[in-house]
Design a protein around this ligand. Structure first.
Ligand code: ZN
Length: 286
C-alpha cells in the first residue's frame, strides 16, 4: 500500500494527473518554493541560453532525426491541467549514443508550453533573450531507472530535449495539426485523455535541422523542480502557423469544467549560477 501511494504521488507531481490544484503559473518564483523546496535550488530551469557564451564541446555528437522515427504501437494524449501530454507509449524509441547522452535514454512523454496569445511569447527557454511562442519538451528517462517517475529525482535521471515553437509557417503545419486534432477530440479539459490511433512518431513534429543545440544541467520546469535533467535545447524552432497558435491559446482548459483557459503555462527563466552551456562543433552561427 505504501509503495503504491508513493508511486501515485510521484506520478501526480510529474504532471500525469489532472490534479492541478497543487500549483499554478501565478507568481511562480514566489510560490513554488514554499511547497517544493527544490524550486529554490541553484540549478533550475529554464534559462536564457546565451549562444555566444556557449563553449564548443568536441565530444558532443550529432543528434540524428532517425533517433525519433520509431512509431510507438500505442500512445495517449492527455490534458493534465498544466499542459497537453503525449505519453503512455508502448514500444517507443531509445537513444543509445554516448556522444549525445551519457546514458541510454527512453522517451517517457512529450508536452508543450505556450503563450497567452498567438502573437505572444510562451517558450520556457530563451535564446539570446528571445522568447518564442512555445516550446516542446521530449522527456526521456535513464533506462536503468525504468520510468520517468523513478528517474525524476536522480541526478542522472532525465534527459529533456527542447524545441522552440515559432509561428512563421505560411500554412498549416499538417503534422502539428495532427497533434492539435487529437487534442481537440479528447483533451480539451483537464483530465481528458484519449488513445491515439494510428500513432505518429516524434520525428514528424521536430524541425529539419538538429545540428545546433545547447547542453546544460538543470531541472524540471514544474514542481517539484528536481535538478535531474540533462537539457538539450535546439536552435532551430518547430514552425506552426498563427491559426494553430490560436487554437492552442483558445481551445483548451486547465480545469475540468472548461472555465479556466489553459495557456501561459511557462516558467520564467532562472539564474545560471555559473553553470556551463556547451554546444557541439556542428553548431552553426554564433
Ligand atoms: Zn516542459
Amino acid at each position: 500500500m505504501f509503495i503504491k501511494l508513493l508511486l501515485v504521488t510521484a506520478i501526480c507531481l510529474l504532471d500525469f494527473s489532472a490534479d492541478a490544484s497543487k500549483w499554478d503559473y501565478e507568481n511562480t518564483d514566489e510560490t513554488w518554493g514554499i511547497d517544493f523546496a527544490q524550486c529554490n535550488g541553484e540549478k533550475q530551469s529554464p534559462i536564457d541560453v546565451s549562444t555566444y557564451r556557449a563553449k564548443t564541446d568536441q565530444s558532443l555528437g550529432v543528434v540524428r532525426r532517425s533517433f525519433f522515427e520509431k512509431r510507438p504501437k500505442s500512445m495517449t494524449i492527455a490534458n493534465n491541467g498544466h499542459s497537453l501530454v503525449i505519453g503512455d507509449f508502448v514500444d517507443t524509441y531509445e537513444i543509445n549514443d554516448p556522444n549525445v547522452l551519457p546514458f541510454t535514454a527512453v522517451l517517457g512523454q512529450y508536452h508543450l508550453h505556450w503563450a497567452n496569445t498567438a502573437d505572444g511569447g510562451g517558450s520556457e527557454h530563451l535564446l539570446d533573450g528571445k522568447q518564442f511562442f512555445g516550446e516542446l519538451h521530449a522527456v526521456h528517462y535513464n533506462k536503468k531507472y525504468g520510468s520517468v517517475a523513478e528517474a525524476a529525482d536522480k541526478p542522472d535521471g532525465l534527459a529533456v530535449f527542447g524545441w522552440f515553437i515559432d509561428t512563421k509557417y505560411p500554412q498549416e503545419n499538417l503534422y502539428f495539426g495532427n497533434l492539435i486534432y487529437h487534442s481537440l477530440r479528447g483533451a480539451r479539459t483537464a483530465g481528458g485523455k484519449m488513445q491515439i490511433v494510428p500513432t505518429f512518431s516524434l520525428e514528424t513534429l521536430i524541425p529539419a535541422n538538429l545540428d545546433s543545440y545547447y547542453r546544460y544541467s538543470g531541472s524540471l520546469t514544474t514542481p517539484p523542480c528536481y535538478e535531474s535533467v540533462t537539457w538539450t535545447v535546439f536552435k532551430e524552432p518547430i514552425q506552426i502557423d498563427m491559426r494553430q497558435a490560436n487554437l492552442l491559446t483558445t481551445m483548451f482548459y486547465g480545469d475540468k469544467e472548461g472555465t479556466s483557459p489553459l495557456r501561459r503555462n511557462f516558467r520564467p527563466v532562472q539564474k545560471l549560477n555559473g553553470r556551463k552551456i556547451t554546444k557541439p562543433a556542428t553548431c552553426y552561427g554564433k
